[in-house]
Design a protein around this ligand. Structure first.
Ligand code: AMP
Length: 363
């Protein structure tokens, strides 16, 4: 099956009533502030909801329309797409949308106008592509080891799949690596296939800053929207146990994100923060036209040289933006009004409608 054709999407947009646009998303991840932000900007809103998971969208009153599906992945079903097009919907993609709908379905089958650059989603999903974009940008990433035999320092070992950091482990040598792989298999956290696909990278000892940017393709400007840091189970719990007890308990930590808290970074590091955002946007323009287009996130560890090392990126709205639904210290300085990442998306759509440039930001 061929890819969704951008010209077909532009034709659909052409037929849309621009006075009656609906901002729609899948009911999960960052839907609350995507929809609230859309309402703040004067749009009608719709949520595609798995039956039984509608409670937050009803209780917070963010959705004007509900489209119920048996399973999230049914958002790509033709009848759901038609309902969306009939309400002049622009769909905002987020991490769960891509994970549940399936990347290939979003690329090949989802014939509904979407905010951002559809083609960039694959660049965050595939580790090699992600690494190419970040390193092409000239941004420092943790050193990657091609073979476990080469381990010569403390490393972080990661596995594929949408299970977050479950089964990730830290090792200091090839022997320890083998021993922990066996342990993870015994626990059922990984299987043989996962073990073959293990990704091994330098362990960066530092503090976590997940930095949320917005690239306005309309203004050709990178904005800093906010920052969060993560609560991770069970590593954060283990860190609360005294070292001597940790040794006795012999626990294997995991790095599963269970929540986020807002943070700010030292003001003197903001130059580096903006430089990284600018560099990534330039690299993205070259690698996957038209480039970043909308919200993105660089997940960083700041080491004691005060260097931001990027271990992952999101090329769409990141879950950590939930930590500033009513705005962050940075959006306060920039906009002097409540500005969530969700609202910023709708503001961009509104500006594009006003200036008749929707084609620049829709894919
Ligand atoms: P990820 O799935 O890549 O987002 O990683 C989950 C968590 O593992 C991160 O939030 C960090 O706490 C930790 N982590 C990931 N990569 C590294 C690394 N290279 N060095 C140290 N910690 C890491």
């Amino acid at each position: 099956m061929g890819k969704v054709n951008k010209d077909d999407i532009l034709d659909m947009l052409e037929k849309y009533d621009k006075e009656d646009i609906t901002i729609a998303t899948l009911g999960s991840h960052t839907a609350l502030h995507i929809l609230r932000g859309a309402k703040q900007e004067g749009f009608r809103t719709a949520v595609v909801c798995e039956k039984g998971r509608e409670v937050p969208y009803e209780r917070f009153g963010v959705a004007d329309e509900f489209i119920f599906v048996d399973e999230f992945k049914d958002i790509v079903n033709e009848d759901v797409q038609e309902q969306l097009r009939n309400m002049n919907a622009i769909v905002v993609p987020h991490g769960s949308f891509v994970a549940y709908a399936g990347l290939s379905n979003v690329e090949d089958k989802f014939n509904v106008p979407m905010f951002g650059n559809r083609d960039i989603l694959r660049w965050e999903a595939e580790r090699d592509k992600e690494r190419k974009m970040i390193t092409d940008a000239g941004i420092r990433m943790p050193y990657k080891f091609d073979k476990p035999e080469d381990i010569d320092r403390t490393v972080m070992v990661k596995f594929p799949g949408a299970r977050g950091g479950l089964g990730y482990f830290v090792a200091g040598s090839f022997d320890e690596y083998n021993q922990k792989i066996d342990e993870m298999k015994e626990r059922g956290w990984i299987n043989d296939d996962d073990a073959k696909q293990a990704h091994i990278e330098e362990y960066v000892c530092g503090c976590n800053y997940c930095i949320h940017y917005f690239y306005s393709a309309l203004n050709d400007e990178v904005e800093l929207l906010g920052m969060d840091s993560r609560f991770e189970s069970s590593i954060d719990g283990i860190c609360r146990i005294p070292a001597k007890d940790q040794m006795e308990l012999n626990m294997s930590p995991s790095y599963v994100i269970s929540g986020n808290h807002p943070v700010v970074i030292r003001e003197s590091l903001l130059g580096q923060v903006f430089a990284n955002g600018d560099k990534l946007v330039e690299a993205a323009k070259k690698l996957v036209k038209p480039g970043m287009n909308g919200p993105f996130c660089l997940q960083c560890l700041c080491n004691d040289d005060l260097e931001l090392v990027v271990f992952e990126m999101s090329a769409r709205i990141d879950g950590g933006t939930n930590s500033f639904m009513n705005g962050s210290p940075y959006t306060f300085v920039k906009f002097e009004e409540e500005m969530s990442a969700g609202r910023r998306i709708s503001r961009e759509i509104k500006n594009a409608i006003k200036s008749d440039r929707l084609g620049v930001i829709i894919t």
